[in-house]
Design a protein around this ligand. Structure first.
Ligand SMILES: Nc1ncnc2c1ncn2[C@@H]1O[C@H](COP(=O)(O)OP(=O)(O)OP(=O)(O)O)[C@@H](O)[C@H]1O
Length: 294
């Protein structure tokens, strides 16, 4: 059994490639009558904060749902920590927050978290200590006894985030966790994300606020069901000649739409001639994708 960077014994998942937390190949998803992901290839390295950025309706949530295994998929492969997305073995390894905070209004904040902790933690674990730990991480200790219905929007979001931090999952998939937060809270959440990453957790964080790009170790720009770029913020600015993420995003769109030429050394886009394609995926995954809900 291996130990991770936190010194914990890791639970069961194969480790064909510890450097890769998520490997997506050729992912196709249809929702209703439309195909909304058109053959996505994506590799997310372990221990990084990877931002999934792009305009509303581009497919960020659908991609995240596919990664956590709650999305019916129609082609391709999604491996998470070396296993097919949605595998039962991943339930304690992957934390997920949806865009709408998932908390029980009629329970206190601490009881919401304790409920999840009793489901997630091994028998005999110190639930109270874990509740205190995660509430401290999201700065909600002073609201521990408040009913969730009495929280502000930002506090509800952090209560939901606290639930997904229970048990220190190795992968956190967070759908717009900073939406509606004031700048101070946004900064403190991004600081938390980087502390977790420094401790070995991988984070996939979506946002349609382009100025959050600078806070990510890696950026994946999603538009119209495809990946427009997969880069670092610095490389994105260098390769587009832009001064901020929004400008860079628009420059990439113009380039893809044929309105602007790519400068030398431009970012390789998936599917471009010369694009080396995704990094090798870890072996040990299944031959299909678990399909749980529509
Ligand atoms: N339940 C659904 N049924 C049918 N189509 C859907 C459903 N949910 C989303 N879609 C469609 O799938 C596409 C991708 O949506 P998705 O929610 O993944 O985008 P997004 O980038 O996360 O957007 P946002 O930033 O607004 O959350 C959109 O065209 C959307 O209309």
């Amino acid at each position: 059994m291996m130990k991770n960077r936190r010194g914990r014994h890791e639970r069961g998942a194969p480790h064909a490639d510890d450097a890769v937390a998520i490997a997506v190949r050729g992912l196709v998803v249809r929702r209703g009558p439309r195909e909304v992901l058109h053959g996505i290839d994506l590799v997310v390295p372990t221990g990084q904060v990877v931002g999934l950025l792009g305009p509303s309706g581009g497919g960020k949530s659908t991609l995240m749902r596919s990664i956590v295994g709650v999305q019916v998929t129609h082609g391709g492969e999604v491996l998470v920590l070396g296993r097919p997305a949605g595998s039962p073995e991943l339930r304690r390894e992957v934390g997920y927050t949806t865009q709408s905070p998932s908390v029980y209004d009629d329970l206190s904040v601490q009881d919401n978290v304790a409920y999840i902790a009793r489901l997630v933690l091994p028998r005999g674990a110190d639930v109270d200590a874990e509740v205190a730990r995660v509430l401290d991480l999201v700065d909600l200790t002073s609201h521990a006894r408040d009913h969730a219905r009495n929280l502000s929007g930002g506090q509800r979001g952090r209560a939901s985030l606290a639930c997904s931090l229970v048990g220190s999952p190795r992968l956190l998939v967070l759908d717009e966790p900073t939406v509606g937060l004031d700048p101070v809270l946004r900064r403190s959440l991004w600081d938390l994300f980087h502390r977790l990453a420094a401790d070995g957790t991988t984070l996939l964080v979506s946002s349609h606020v382009m100025d959050e790009a600078a806070r990510c170790d890696r950026l994946v720009l999603v538009r119209d069901g495809g990946i427009l770029a997969d880069s670092t913020y610095a490389d994105l600015l260098r390769d587009t000649g832009a001064t901020d993420a929004e400008q860079a995003f628009l420059a990439l769109i113009d380039r893809v739409d044929g309105a602007a030429p790519a400068p030398d050394g431009a970012i390789a886009h998936p599917g471009d001639p010369g694009d080396p394609g995704p990094a090798p995926t870890p072996s040990g995954g299944g031959d299909g994708i678990r399909q749980e809900t529509s």
